[in-house]
Design a protein around this ligand. Structure first.
Ligand SMILES: Cc1ncc(COP(=O)(O)O)c(C=O)c1O
Length: 402
């Protein structure tokens, strides 16, 4: 007779601190959907859920790669034409002193590998607050405590430089800068980048510059790459196809390592060890990188035109709605309004899903200054859909807080 296993299989204790508010809300949404309601998902930054399409020439390139038999493993760093194209793109952005380039399964994997390769027990890494929760999830997984620095709402969500200075300890190894920012949509000034680079020089830090939204700047000002203002400083610039090139499901991201060779090379050996141990990124999809970066960029005009209109509509709603105020986002496709309500923003968000079937993400899921409350809106849907979502949120607030 087979022996029944008596004890439950418990997950590792270190996972207790792994949170991913954006997708964790899905359980509540599932419950509401089971009751027969259609959920409007303003919670996940996937343009393909709305009226955006992956450029056709990229799809053709992947299809051709599959037909041509590029279905085995690739080299661990990525295929040469993709690496050349990323190098060319880095040069166009003024990034010099490049020491390595590698392709990964989305920026998610770049983050996982780069953080894991850097941090020893007791070390810390400065991450923004609010932050894109992948960073804190990876840090929890590798058992590194959080050391967050605030973004300053009063200063258009620029990093709070004084807070960064206060938080640097002898065990701080690096700093994460998300620019354009998720969840605030802010874009760093050149001066801010220079000041952060100077701190990195003084304290021997590596900078992880997450620039996955760098082509989605809604106004005319160009995006300045962190690595371009500090060629001497160790920087890993993160980019990918998910956002700028509307292909999040392909899971293609990359890292561009720059800085003084003698300083960054030992760390890159660690990164490459991990790259080899996970074999490679999706192979056929890598064939879209060169056509994406070097081919027609027309889709970006259309995407930015739509985003500008949707951002402006969002800002008008924020201005017209009591209890709500918002710093205008300049990049990416997120708005991060502040709300004045007599309960937690997590309760606000779960009740909004239950009662109006609109899904946004609570500020406490990204981290925020004590006493403040926010929610993140993904303003990717068309204007008609956004208008009805905003009307539903306004009704909800009137009914609940009048
Ligand atoms: C700031 C930021 N970094 C990284 C990612 C993950 O991107 P990928 O799809 O390339 O894994 C996201 C996804 O939303 C993001 O917002």
């Amino acid at each position: 007779m087979p022996i029944a296993q008596a004890r439950e299989i418990a997950p590792a204790r270190r996972l207790e601190n792994v949170r991913y508010a954006i997708r964790d809300l899905a359980c509540i949404a599932d419950e509401v959907a089971r009751q027969g309601h259609k959920i409007l998902p303003l919670n996940i930054g996937d343009p393909l859920n709305f009226d955006f399409q992956t450029p056709a020439h990229m799809i053709e390139a992947v299809y051709k790669a599959m037909r041509d038999g590029k279905n085995g493993y690739s080299s661990s760093s990525g295929i040469p034409p993709a690496l050349d194209a990323i190098r060319g793109e880095a040069a166009r952005k003024g990034i010099t002193n490049i020491q390595d380039i590698f392709v990964t399964s989305g920026v998610s994997e770049t983050v996982d590998i780069c953080l894991t390769a850097l941090l020893n027990p007791g070390d810390n890494l400065l991450t923004p607050c609010p932050d894109y929760p992948l960073y804190s999830a990876v840090l929890a997984k590798i058992e590194i405590g959080l050391n967050t620095y605030y973004l300053n709402e009063e200063d258009g969500w620029q990093p709070d430089l004084d807070d960064i200075k206060r938080k640097i300890t002898p065990r701080t190894r690096g700093i994460v800068l998300i620019n354009p920012n998720n969840p605030t949509g802010s874009v760093c000034t050149r001066k801010m980048l220079e000041q952060i680079a100077e701190l990195a020089r003084q304290h021997n830090l590596i900078i992880f510059a997450d620039e996955i939204y760098d082509k989605l700047i809604m106004d005319d000002d160009p995006h300045v790459a962190m690595a371009s203002v500090a060629p001497d400083v160790p920087v890993i610039t993160f980019g990918g196809l998910s956002k700028n090139y509307l292909a999040p499901g392909w899971r293609i991201g990359w890292g561009i390592a720059s800085g003084e060779a003698s300083v960054i090379k030992p760390y890159l050996e660690g990164v490459n060890k991990l790259l080899r141990s996970r074999l490679c990124a999706n192979h056929p999809e890598q064939y879209a990188i060169k056509p994406a970066l070097e081919g027609p960029q027309d889709h970006l005009l259309e995407v930015k035109r739509k985003l500008r209109g949707r951002r402006d509509l969002t800002m008008k709603w924020c201005a017209d709605t009591s209890r709500v105020s918002c710093v205008a986002p300049r990049g990416a496709f997120y708005a991060y309004p502040s709300i004045e309500i007599p309960e937690g923003d997590d309760v606000f968000v779960t009740e909004l899903i239950r009662q109006k079937h609109v899904m946004v993400v609570h500020g406490s899921g990204f981290g925020q200054r004590p006493g403040t409350k926010h929610f993140r809106i993904v303003f990717l849907p068309d204007e008609k859909t956004l208008t009805s979502a905003y009307a539903a949120i306004a009704d909800f607030m009137r009914e609940r807080y009048a």
